[in-house]
Write a new protein. Structure first.
Length: 367
């Protein structure tokens, strides 16, 4: 009850100040432990308590990993982390669009940098040896780096030991030219260097590429072909969009749009990615991100091919019980549709309309 009051207060404060306040509050343990349904699953050979994770950007500096677990998340992706600390773009750089249940941000990788964050994660690992939360570490280059590929490989080298998976962010719209890594030649060069770095390490966790929802089908095909060819583990679909299908007065602000208006865009890319993978007879893991806000939207992502799901913006609007609510609603769908194993329905829908129909009418099993 007091959380809903607290959330109302937060919505009146400037978004970045509110965010920093929330980080401070939860870091100091002022958060109830929320009991959630367990949906254990294994993806990329990693055991997750449930498929719902916190997307990158919320805990940029790895300050609240255990507290995120208390909220019920099965995994958390910290970052984006760069080699050197970075201020990011001038403020204001985060805008709430409540009538669209969306956010526009143009943060520009503001973070504490490799050295400090690595120490924090090391301490977290030391103190929480038996914690079940899985940790993704999301990495990217400094804005003015003269060799961006070298930044990625250095960060892989430094974080490989501490991550359950590494996310290579090539899709933030707020670092100039970063999205050029989606083009064939640049992507190939990046993947070849990443592969070389992996080969130097004794142990490397799964590596996933976080892509843009604004990617063209041609680019997507090439990205998938190279990812599969070099045996990387998967994709995160997707980051924020530069498109604007929103009503808010802030729609002209530059930056990446997240939340409900991103749901269909990112799900279409997810469907296309699964189709391309089926066509080449390959399977890699996909974490689906973008506009997930309830059990229905989470179920649609699974039907369209998600192995795991992440969210960020809906937590800003719905509060800390979001994971519990999604898992409860997913469980109701599981019972209604007689699903023994979520894996059985993954990728069952070939279009977003088909997925909506299943969610509305239930799963009619073909005999
Ligand atoms: C304020 C804010 C900051 C973000 N920062 C990052 C980031 O540093 N790195 C990243 O890969 N994604 C970042 N994202 C994108 C999210 O991880 C996610 O991909 C996107 O918001 C879509 O999910 P959602 O609709 O559930 O929010 C950020 C999103 C928001 C709203």
């Amino acid at each position: 009850m007091y959380w809903s009051f607290f959330y109302k207060i937060l919505s009146l404060i400037d978004p970045e100040t509110a965010h920093n306040l929330v980080i401070k509050i939860i870091k100091n343990g002022f958060l109830p432990k929320i009991k959630t349904k367990s949906i254990p699953l294994k993806v990329m050979n990693i055991k997750f308590e449930n498929p719902i994770g916190l997307a990158a950007g919320f805990d940029k500096n790895a300050q609240t990993i255990d507290q995120i677990h208390k909220m019920g998340f099965g995994f958390s992706e910290v970052g984006t982390i760069t080699v050197f600390p970075q201020e990011g773009n001038p403020k204001p750089r985060i805008f709430r669009l409540p009538e669209d249940k969306a956010i526009i941000n143009r943060n520009g990788f503001n973070n504490d940098g490799l050295t400090l964050i690595k120490n924090r994660i090391k301490n977290f690992r030391k103190k929480n040896k038996f914690s079940n939360i899985k940790l993704g570490i999301n990495i990217g280059p400094n804005k003015d780096s003269i060799d961006r590929i070298k930044d990625y490989t250095k960060l892989i080298h430094e974080f490989a030991k501490y991550a359950d998976y590494l996310a290579i962010n090539i899709s933030s719209p707020n670092t100039p030219n970063l999205r050029k890594f989606h083009s064939d030649k640049n992507f190939k060069n990046l993947i070849i260097s990443i592969k070389k770095e992996i080969n130097k390490l004794n142990n490397c966790p799964p590596i996933l590429i976080k892509i843009s929802p604004d990617v063209s089908n041609t680019e997507l095909k090439k990205i998938i072909k190279e990812t599969v060819k070099h045996k990387l583990h998967g994709l995160i679909i997707s980051n924020t969009t530069i498109k604007r299908n929103v009503k808010s007065k802030y729609k002209k602000e530059t930056g990446g749009l997240s939340g409900e208006p991103l749901f269909e865009e990112s799900t279409k890319v997810l469907i296309m990615a699964r189709k391309i993978l089926n066509d080449i007879g390959s399977h890699i893991s996909v974490i689906a991100t973008g506009g997930v806000h309830d059990g229905k939207s989470a179920y649609i992502k699974i039907l369209c091919g998600a192995d795991l799901i992440q969210l960020y913006t809906s937590m800003v609007y719905e509060g800390p019980f979001i994971v519990k609510n999604i898992l409860d609603q997913l469980d109701r769908f599981r019972k209604r549709d007689n699903i023994k194993n979520w894996e059985d329905v993954k990728g069952l829908a070939k279009s977003i309309d088909e997925a909506y129909k299943i969610v509305e009418n239930g799963l009619i099993k073909k005999s």
